[in-house]
Design a protein around this ligand. Structure first.
Ligand code: C5P
Length: 436
């Protein structure tokens, strides 16, 4: 592992040399927690290197991006899967991504392409875009404190603290920016509220106040207490009860290790609970408030109240949707799917259902909004050993005139609104071939 990571670090040095040749840099990044934290890391590192820059957020690279010819462009959490677009860029280019690379990029100027997959590292579970951005930032200067921001992306993309991600965590701990405590990786705050609004883990307590009261009474825990104030024994009882509830719900077994055992504290962040900060950043991004999330990750506490209120509103909407749509999930032969109209998100619904309720087949979540169709597809590691969802999305979307891609376990597509049925048939067909 170390030699692959060394190779990746070598290329971050090349990227930093490229940065040194430019005074102004245009940064584009993805609007999810991993993309925003990668953006915040790049922004902080460039500020400290006394560079001028402008940063913008994109949903996908199908959206247009602007730049002045000759200006250094940095793409974070995107770029590797869009070789045609990248090959057309008439500027120096740095790509800090972890999506599975597709095809070849033929750059018009200098290109430094940093992606764990290129160096034989696991970009699905062991290095996210925020982690790549962290190693890039370290090549630019003394930026070890940004390890805590990188952890937001690692958690946001449901990665594991293995391989290079473990290095990020270790460096954060050594620098005193990150602390690992025993416990449950749940958001912080009043217990009742945390349990009823939690999505990671999803506990199915939303609008079930009686059930929640009963649950807390059984384990003799005061729901009005703050999570941080629980005694060790209380935390233990809560952990056991949560584990039992998750088992009853049908949770995918691989989820447990990310929830139980450790609780990560980000000592230099405006929200100390890594789980809560990740959820807040993710919600702000999904709710269209990328600037608020970015401000927060840059360390500006004045964004805190707004960010928390966006997070609560957004989570409430998502929980409403999760309750409402549960019975709309349909069985394909080798996958499950749901077609929604005007839902607030596809991503969180797909992630939550596929991890906690509809776990043993790939899940395809489709949303039609203003004649645009967004697809989110999710599978767990067990399924991904046989099937690469990024490929499934890319091939099925291309068949119906759309575009798709992503990761083995979390992928997406955009397709024409009159092609939903045809698309689903093709997805099911490919899934059956792969899973046979
Ligand atoms: O939006 P969602 O979270 O479902 O996206 C999952 C993954 O699929 C992301 O990594 C995203 O970049 C990727 N995706 C893609 N092409 C699309 C839509 C999503 O590569 N058209």
């Amino acid at each position: 592992m170390s030699s692959s990571l060394d190779l990746l670090k070598e290329s971050t040095k090349k990227a930093s040399e490229l940065v040194s040749r430019h005074e102004f840099i245009r940064v584009y990044t993805h609007y999810d927690a991993d993309g925003i934290s990668a953006g915040a890391i790049v922004a902080k590192a460039l500020l400290r290197a006394k560079k001028n820059f402008q940063i913008s957020f994109l949903k996908t690279l199908n959206d247009d991006f602007e730049y002045e010819k000759g200006t250094l462009l940095i793409f974070a959490d995107m770029g590797s899967a869009y070789p045609e677009k990248m090959s057309k860029v008439e500027s120096d280019l740095i790509i800090l991504d972890h999506h599975i690379p597709v095809g070849n990029i033929n750059p018009k100027r200098n290109l430094v392409h940093i992606n764990p997959h290129i160096f034989g590292l696991d970009g699905t579970y062991e290095l996210s875009a925020s982690g790549v951005a962290y190693f890039f930032a370290k090549a630019l200067g003394d930026n070890n404190d940004l390890s805590s921001t990188a952890i937001v992306g690692i958690l946001g993309d449901k990665q594991k603290f293995k391989g290079p991600n473990e290095v990020v965590l270790k460096e954060g701990k050594e620098g005193g920016y990150v602390e690992e405590k025993e416990g449950i990786n749940l958001a912080s705050g009043k217990i009742k509220k945390v349990l009823s609004l939690s999505l990671e883990p999803y506990l199915n307590f939303y609008k079930k106040d009686g059930e929640l009261e009963e649950f807390l009474k059984k384990i003799k825990i005061d729901g009005e207490k703050d999570f941080e104030d629980l005694s060790f024994e209380e935390l233990q009882r809560l952990s056991d009860a949560i584990a039992l509830r998750l088992l009853k719900l049908g949770t995918y077994e691989g989820v447990f290790e990310s929830i139980f055992g450790r609780r990560i504290v980000l000592k230099n962040a405006p929200i100390k609970s890594a789980a809560l900060l990740t959820d807040v950043v993710n919600s702000c991004g999904r709710a269209g408030a990328t600037g608020v999330a970015m401000g927060l990750l840059m360390g500006d506490r004045s964004y805190l109240d707004r960010a928390l209120s966006i997070y609560e509103d957004y989570l409430t909407k998502v929980h409403e949707e999760l309750l409402k749509r549960k019975n709309d999930v349909k069985e394909g032969f080798c996958m499950r799917y749901i077609v929604m109209e005007d839902a607030p998100t596809t991503s969180l619904i797909a992630t939550t259902y596929s991890r906690y309720i509809f776990t043993e087949k790939p899940l395809i979540v489709i949303n039609r909004k203003n004649d645009r169709v967004k697809v989110s597809a999710r599978a767990n590691e067990k399924i991904a050993q046989k099937l690469n969802l990024a490929e499934v999305m890319r091939l099925a979307a291309e068949k119906v005139g759309g575009v798709g891609g992503g990761h083995k376990v979390a992928a997406g597509a955009n397709i024409p609104s009159n092609k939903i049925e045809e698309f689903l048939k093709e997805v099911d067909r490919i899934c059956c071939t792969a899973l046979a």
